[in-house]
Ligand binder design. Sequence first.
Ligand code: F6R
Length: 591
Amino acid sequence: MCGIVGGVGKLDLRTYLLSGLKKLEYRGYDSAGICYTESGKTILSKVAGRVASLEEIVPENIHPTVGIAHTRWATHGQPNAQNAHPHQSQRKIFSIVHNGVIENFRPLAHQLKARGYSFNSETDTEVIADMLERFYLRSGSVIESIAQTMEALEGSYACAIMFKDEPERLYFMKKASPLLIGMSDGCMLLASDPVPMVDYTDRFIDVDDGDYGYLTPTQVKIFNGRVEIEPRFVHRNVDSFRSDLGDYPHYMIKEIEEIPGVVVRLIDNYFDGEHFTFNESMIETLRHTKKIHFLACGTSYYASKMGAKYFRPLGKEVLVSIASEWAYDPYDITGDTVFVLVSQSGETADLIRCQKIINDRDGISIAVTNTKGSTIERKATYSCLLYAGLEVAVASTKSYVAQVCFLALLFAALENEIGVVLDIDRVVDSIRNIISRKGEIEALAEDCKEVRDAFFVGRGYDYLASMEGALKLKEVSYVHAEAYPGGELKHGPIALIEPGTLVVGLVSDPEVSSSIRNNFEELRARKGRLVIFSTAAVANENDAFVANDVKPYLAPNVLVVAMQYFAYYVALAKGLPIDKPRNLAKSVTVE
Ligand code: F6R
């Protein structure tokens, strides 16, 4: 994971680097660091913790000519200042920031040790700095040393590199981890994504795998292998990368309350009032394929589970796999399968690995993502955007609802079922109603703030929603939460129910409501503490929260919003860092 920024030229680099890092904190936030050259001197500062702590120790009145900075999600070594980036080579001639993982760093470190190198950190990154130095001392050329280092490295990396004797040059290299170059007046910028750069430019280069090169204030040089590549800047609409909190205390609640607008926008983008407007060739491909195989991680995986259930009536085989599992056991790659890759960020490393496997075997893929220009979006056969707007809070909220509604619309397009659009319109109304009653959920959460364990229980669609509800609670509230299908409890998990154990029950589907109510009674008989979220058609008088009715296949979208509020308010009552929970990062760019 981790976020990197770099810049060279005429701009206030301190502001760009530090504000850029803050915008990248969603990629990791356990330590941070900066390195810059001023009056020919290289200055390095690193801290454990957030960018705000780094900001306190970087003097205000600096005027660097080149600089790099990093916010970290620890992969190798503890999150302390020593392991924080930038890292420097032994003779301090190279300073680098790195996003990715070097898989062969142990043998490389071994080789370097044999040549007299010693290490100041436990990271895989320091090895890159020393490899650059070693090759530079042999060749006398920075570009050559980068090319040779890339040949030696295995794994993923996006690196920004400073060389001590070149105060107006910023080097870079990239494989598998994202990296963008931005061009502004009299300066060139680098970052892991466009967000840090949107106040400076709307012209970008997506650096390709295998590319390396350097930036000067006015020039870009790119090489791949030993061949020079013509740099091509493309204009991007940067508005979709902006988001500010407005009057909200946290992005998570802001993004929950954006959901009705997100769903309306989604419908507008894929339905013109009479017809669905999906890419025709994609629809035909889906109609003719024998199998549809969803691949995703985390929340996007739970949304895919729901989508897969929608697709089953098509009479095709529909599979859903966790990307990190399928990547190491990639079955089912035949001409009969269309892969649907679902990802908010479009940059999740496990999914990118799946995509590479599919592309290497000429498979067909559809990317469903919220991020235009992301790796998944660019590399898929077909791509569909969610139009949910930038999601900043680490816990995914509006994207889940957008993903599920998107998959319902896609199914409807395949079946020419225009009625689905009306069904989704009712979802919008029901969610608006939940937003207007969030105080009720806050009161329930306040009562539950002391719990350490929770079980989320439902059947059918409600079980699928309860998986997402449990994930939200554990992520932001640090409550151990597990989801079970109601019928499965008696096969083991019910042994864990003690007097007072919190059970969040979901019931919206009339077909299973009597059986799930029986399961709730079994839990009550063991003195479990039930908090039941239901919809009006199947509500009981003791239910804790009753949402307005929608069609059962869409009800999870409504109940999930109530679950999102529940997780938010439990975390709020516990005083936790809601938008940036411990150990997590928004975009999981390492496997
Ligand atoms: C949970 C959450 C994660 C992501 C997962 C996949 O709130 O945000 O579980 O859903 O890391 O990320 P994307 O969708 O960006 O591929």
